[in-house]
Design a binder for this molecule. Structure first.
Ligand SMILES: Cc1cc2nc3c(=O)[nH]c(=O)nc-3n(C[C@H](O)[C@H](O)[C@H](O)COP(=O)(O)O)c2cc1C
Length: 162
């Protein structure tokens, strides 16, 4: 049987909302990335602090997890956009594993424009085999039912590409 892993980071719940919609619609394990020192999700300074982490390519230490992503046939990776780039915790995760030649599918959640960030996400993973990618604008706040349906349809499409 093919194995699918959903790996995501979420500070304010949007990326988590999509991750959970996907997990409920396809057969997959799920791994939430948690930095040991998390930003305060309800603080205005999160944009400055997280933006700084992202633009300076910081890799905050993550809490331990006992899943080995390399045991999976497809890894679906989800991150919020931070300063036109991937979030710092996702960068930490990607630095821990060599995903060269691995099948991956990418999603991002953004506040306004995710195009540049998706380009960078793909560049970071250029040695991997990127099978699909998709972006969502604030899916928790805006058109959440539609975004949930979009996530489910996308996950099903991705799952048959394994
Ligand atoms: C540190 C930080 C930087 C952000 N930078 C951008 C950005 O460059 N472009 C954008 O469209 N949204 C940006 N956003 C908004 C988030 O990408 C958006 O709210 C996303 O849905 C958050 O996902 P989450 O709830 O899973 O954390 C930023 C948010 C944070 C916290």
């Amino acid at each position: 049987m093919t194995k699918i892993l959903i790996v995501y980071y979420s500070l304010t719940g949007n990326t988590q909302f999509i991750a959970e919609a996907m997990r409920d619609s396809i057969e997959a394990d799920i791994l939430e990335l948690k930095p040991i020192k998390e930003l305060k999700a309800d603080s205005g300074s999160r944009i400055i602090l997280g933006g700084f982490q992202s633009t300076t390519k910081k890799k905050p230490e993550l809490m331990d997890f006992d899943i080995n992503p390399l045991e999976y046939d497809l890894i679906i990776l989800g991150t919020p956009v931070w300063a036109w780039n991937i979030s710092a915790p996702m960068r930490s995760f990607l630095s821990m594993f060599d995903l060269t030649g691995r099948k991956v599918a990418l999603w991002m959640c953004h506040g306004g424009d995710g195009i540049k960030a998706m380009g960078r996400f793909k560049e970071i993973l250029e040695s991997a085999n990127i099978v699909e990618s998709i972006s969502f604008q604030e899916p928790l706040k805006k058109e959440s039912d539609e975004n949930k349906e979009k996530a489910i349809a996308w996950a099903k499409e991705v799952a048959i590409k394994v």
